[in-house]
Design a protein around this ligand. Structure first.
Ligand code: FRU
Length: 450
C-alpha cells in the first residue's frame, strides 16, 4: 500500500543513490544503487532504467554487479558521460579484505545503452594521494574547457571531509588536480557534483558530521551546495538543498531542454526504520526530477516540466474565502496520489495545510506569518519516523505539492525551498484541509489526480 506510484522505487530490496544520470541519444538513462538481496546496505549493484520522458521508465538488465576483484564488495556510486557515441560510466569499486577498505575508481562503457563492459580501474587504490583515507568515492565526471574533470568525495587522513578534483584528456589517464574544498566539512563528503549555467556555477556535495544549528542541518547527514567557482569554496556559503527529512546524495544531469536537472535519494544512510521493509520487502525511492536554476546566491528548484504528463482529472477553484478551516474533500480534492498547487499571493496571516488526513492521522505543512517560518510536521503522519523540520521564508506565495503513496514533496514559491519526506499513513487517510488564522481569499487552487 506504500509502493510509490510515480517515483522510481526498487521492485524489492534496498535502493539508495541515483547514479549515472544521462540524456543519451534521445533517451534518459537512470541507474541507482541497489541491494537486490536484502532491505539493508550490502553489495551494491547498478540497477538500470530508461525513459523517453523522465516519467515512464522501462527496467533494463542490471548494468553493474559486484563480481570483480576491484569492486567485489560493491559497485558504489558514480556518474555517466558520453564520448565517441558511447556511454562511459565511472563508479567506485568498493573492496574490503579483512575489514581493510580499498577504493578503485572504475570505468565501464556501453555502445547500445543496455550492455556494459567493465574496463577496470582508472584510478587505482594505490593512486590515491597519501593525504586521504580509503573513504574516497563517488566520481562525477564532466567537461570543462575541453578537459574532463572528475570530482570525488574524500576524507583526509586527519578524518575531515573534503572534495578533490582530477583531470583527464581521454577519460582513461587521470591526474590529481587539487582539493576543491580547503576547509573541513565534517568527517566525510559524499557524492560531489559540479554544475554551471550561463553565468553561475555551484559545487554540490553531501557532507557527513556537520552539527545541527537551529533549523539547519537537523538530518543525520546533509546535502547542499556552494555557489561560486571551484577556486572559491567557502564554508559559510553552504546551503541545504532540501528542508525536509529524507533527502541525500543527489545527482544532476543535462536534460532535453539543456537544463540542469537534479534527482536525489529519498532516504538517509543508517536510517532503516521504514515500515515498507517488513510489510512490502522494499525500501526507499528517488525524488522527482527538479529543474535547477543557478542564481547569484541560490539554486532554485522547480518540478520538471515533464511531470505535467502525470496529470489526470483536474479540479480548479478560484477566489476561495477561508477563515479557520476548509475541508477540500468537499470539492473532491483528496487522495493519496496527486499534484496540488495553491496560489497564496498576498498572504498576510498564518497558513496551514493538513495532508493525508484520517481519523487520527495528518501531515501538516504550516507557515507562521509573524516568525516568517515554514514547517513540516510528521508527528502524526502514521507509521515510520516522526519529527518536524523548519526553514525561514520571507513570504509564502505559492505551494506546489506532489503526494505519492509514501512520500510528499512540497515546493515553495517557484523553487525557493523544497521539503521532502517519507510518510506512511493508513490507506484511508486521504483528506486535505486548509486553515488560516484570519480571513483570507485564496486566489487559486489547482488539483490534479495522478
Ligand atoms: C551515499 C553512499 C556513497 C556510496 C554509496 C554506497 O549514500 O554512501 O558514498 O558510493 O552510498 O551505496
Amino acid at each position: 500500500m506504500w509502493k510509490s506510484r510515480f517515483h522510481v522505487a526498487p521492485p524489492y530490496g534496498l535502493l539508495n543513490d541515483p547514479n549515472g544520470l544521462i540524456y543519451w541519444k534521445g533517451e534518459y538513462h537512470l541507474f541507482y544503487q541497489w541491494n537486490p538481496n536484502a532491505c539493508e546496505h550490502g553489495a551494491k549493484h547498478w540497477a538500470h532504467l530508461r525513459s523517453k520522458d523522465l516519467i515512464n521508465w522501462e527496467t533494463l538488465p542490471v548494468a553493474l554487479s559486484p563480481t570483480d576483484s576491484f569492486d567485489k564488495n560493491g559497485c558504489y556510486s558514480g556518474s555517466a558521460i558520453e564520448k565517441d557515441g558511447e556511454i562511459h560510466l565511472f563508479y567506485t569499486g568498493n573492496v574490503k579484505n579483512n575489514g581493510v577498505r580499498e577504493s578503485y575508481q572504475c570505468l565501464a562503457t556501453s555502445k547500445d545503452g543496455v550492455n556494459f563492459e567493465k574496463k577496470g580501474p582508472v584510478i587505482h587504490d594505490n593512486d590515491i594521494p597519501k593525504e586521504y583515507t580509503r573513504h574516497f568515492r563517488d566520481p562525477k565526471v564532466f567537461m570543462e574547457n575541453e578537459t574532463y574533470k572528475m570530482v570525488i568525495g574524500a576524507q583526509r587522513v586527519d578524518l575531515t571531509g573534503t572534495v578533490v578534483a582530477f583531470s583527464s584528456k581521454d577519460l582513461i589517464n587521470w591526474t590529481f588536480d587539487k582539493e576543491v574544498i580547503n576547509e573541513d566539512f565534517g568527517f566525510m563528503c559524499e557524492c560531489p557534483d559540479f554544475i554551471t549555467d550561463k553565468k553561475n556555477s555551484a559545487l554540490l556535495f553531501s557532507p557527513q558530521g556537520i552539527e545541527a544549528d537551529g533549523d539547519l542541518y537537523n538530518n543525520r547527514y546533509q546535502s547542499g551546495y556552494i555557489i561560486r567557482e571551484l577556486e572559491e569554496i567557502n564554508k559559510n556559503n553552504f546551503i541545504e538543498l532540501d528542508r525536509g527529512f529524507e533527502f541525500y546524495a543527489p545527482q544532476t544531469f543535462i536534460d532535453e531542454f539543456h537544463k540542469n536537472v537534479l534527482i536525489g535519494w529519498m532516504g538517509m544512510p543508517e536510517e532503516l526504520d521504514h515500515p515498507t521493509i517488513e510489510k512490502e520487502n522494499w525500501v526507499h525511492s528517488l525524488t522527482l526530477p527538479r529543474t535547477l536554476e543557478i542564481t547569484k546566491n541560490k539554486i532554485l528548484q522547480t518540478p520538471h516540466p515533464n511531470l505535467k504528463k502525470l496529470r489526470k482529472e483536474k479540479i480548479q477553484l478560484e477566489g476561495i474565502k477561508i477563515k479557520n478551516s476548509l475541508n477540500l474533500s468537499e470539492f473532491g480534492i483528496c487522495g493519496d496520489t496527486y499534484e496540488l498547487i495553491i496560489d497564496l499571493k498576498n498572504l498576510d496571516t498564518d497558513f496551514k495545510i493538513d495532508l493525508r488526513v484520517g481519523e487520527t492521522e495528518k501531515t501538516t505543512f504550516s507557515y507562521n506569518y509573524e516568525k516568517k517560518k515554514a514547517t513540516l510536521d510528521r508527528n502524526h503522519s502514521g507509521a515510520g519516523y516522526t519529527g518536524t523540520r523548519s526553514c525561514s521564508l520571507k513570504e509564502l506565495e505559492k505551494i506546489h505539492i506532489f503526494m505519492d503513496k509514501s512520500s510528499v514533496e512540497i515546493f515553495l514559491n517557484d523553487g525557493e525551498e523544497v521539503f521532502t519526506a517519507n510518510i506512511y499513513p493508513n490507506k484511508s487517510s486521504l483528506g486535505i484541509e486548509i486553515m488560516t488564522k484570519m480571513l483570507f481569499t485564496i486566489p487559486m487552487i489547482k488539483f490534479f489526480r495522478i
